[in-house]
Ligand binder design. Structure first.
Ligand SMILES: [Zn+2]
Length: 395
């Protein structure tokens, strides 16, 4: 059965809902930050309460005169966030302020195809429903690890997602969950998560570089995701760093991702182990028969020179690309995120040294380059931010 999610009736109501998403507050405090007369503000707030989008929340402490009534988003508001990775799936349910009420994560191979993977996401959300975390969803956001046509809500020729090309992800999830749904790529939703609750909360212009199985970059301009004309902005994993480099999943050679995605790192780790460059990795390989990016991180943490060399090489190449991006975009912050970012300080130190050396002082003088602190929740929170931006906009 198709429900209709109630949306704000005008831009003022939409702006008030987005403010309340950052936390409930008094009518007087709202009056300080919106460009509305006190009486008009009260009309719009009363209307939001009537629509069931917001609700009264007692009285605020006095600011000298009459105590002002507090308002918050309806406590029945529930958003779902789905973060589909190459090798894992995360789902979460949040309240209207995007606080996570429940979060489930499990391994999942994107190559199983859209029907199986999206079914899994819906099953996991069903579990949160049975746990009593929601009755009805106000909206759902989903991120997938590949290029997405944002307007159509479909992946477009995603290199590591066989069977997903133009699959109707938005329609499938929207119909299954009976709520407005939006799809974006996983990197953009991570950037939105950082914007909502992470290190980028107070930064309008920043870059989020995700180094996972692949490599991508979320571009935030003036607090909004910049997607480009067709949705492929920030696809930096396929910038060529060496004409004679290894063949990439996209079919070209020498892409950044072919050197330093999770898959490339695992492959190089095997080479180093076999060539005698790392006793630690050789031992892991003998036991497990295969190596992963996590093994490289564990080896580096033990001081293994071969593993540290791999991370430095990768960090240097990421740094080269990032130095160009910093010169071009002049961001206020760069966040490094994703599974490979767990390699930590060796990686961060190498990236920083290349970027600070290669970019102009005016661009890097006040430029923090940091590791994400949100971990697995960045994607799911960002997915709920994406759909809440839509639901909290005027029709
Ligand atoms: Zn490529």
């Amino acid at each position: 059965m198709k429900r209709t999610t109630i949306r704000p009736e005008n831009v003022h109501q939409a702006a008030l809902l987005r403010l309340l998403r950052d936390g409930g507050r008094s009518r007087a405090e709202l009056g300080d930050v919106v460009d509305l007369s006190r009486s008009k503000l009260n009309v719009e707030l009363d209307r939001l309460v009537e629509l069931g989008l917001a609700e009264p929340d007692g009285l605020a402490a006095s600011r000298g005169g009459r105590r002002s009534g507090r308002v918050r988003l309806s406590q029945a508001t529930r958003f779902a966030g789905i973060d589909v990775g190459a090798t894992s799936i995360d789902v979460a349910v949040t309240d209207g302020e995007l606080k996570v009420l429940g979060h489930l994560s499990e391994p999942c191979d994107i190559r199983e195809g859209p029907a199986a993977v999206l079914d899994r996401a819906i099953d996991l959300l069903g579990k949160l429903h049975r746990d009593g975390l929601y009755d009805e969803l106000t909206g759902a956001g989903i991120g997938v690890p590949g290029p997405v046509s944002f307007a159509e809500g479909v992946p477009v020729v995603p290199p590591i997602m066989p069977g997903w090309d133009r699959y109707p992800v938005r329609e499938t999830i929207g119909q299954a969950l009976c709520c407005p749904t939006m799809v974006d790529n996983d990197v953009n939703i991570m950037a939105l998560g950082e914007l909502h609750t992470g290190l980028a909360r107070s930064v309008g212009d920043f870059l989020l570089v995700k180094i996972g199985t692949g490599i991508g970059c979320g571009i935030v301009v003036d607090g909004k995701i910049y997607r480009g004309v067709s949705g492929s902005a920030g696809d930096i994993g396929h910038i060529r760093v060496d004409d004679l480099g290894p063949v990439c999943s996209c079919g070209n050679s020498g892409c950044l991702e072919a050197y330093f995605g999770g898959a490339a790192l695992a492959r190089e780790a095997v080479e180093v182990a076999r060539s005698g460059g790392s006793p630690y990795l050789a031992e892991r390989l003998a036991v497990a028969g295969t190596l992963t990016a996590e093994d490289v991180g564990a080896a580096a943490a033990q001081g293994d020179a071969g593993a540290i060399g791999l991370i430095r090489d990768g960090g240097r190449r990421v740094g080269q690309v990032l130095a160009s991006l910093v010169s071009f975009f002049n961001p206020g912050l760069v966040i490094i995120a994703g599974g490979v970012a767990k390699l930590g300080h060796v990686l961060l130190a190498e990236i920083r040294s290349v970027v600070y050396r290669r970019s102009l002082p005016l661009a890097t003088g006040n430029l923090p380059i940091v590791l994400s602190e949100l971990g697995e929740t960045a994607g799911v929170i960002g997915a709920t931010r994406l759909i809440s931006d839509h639901v909290y906009s005027a029709n």
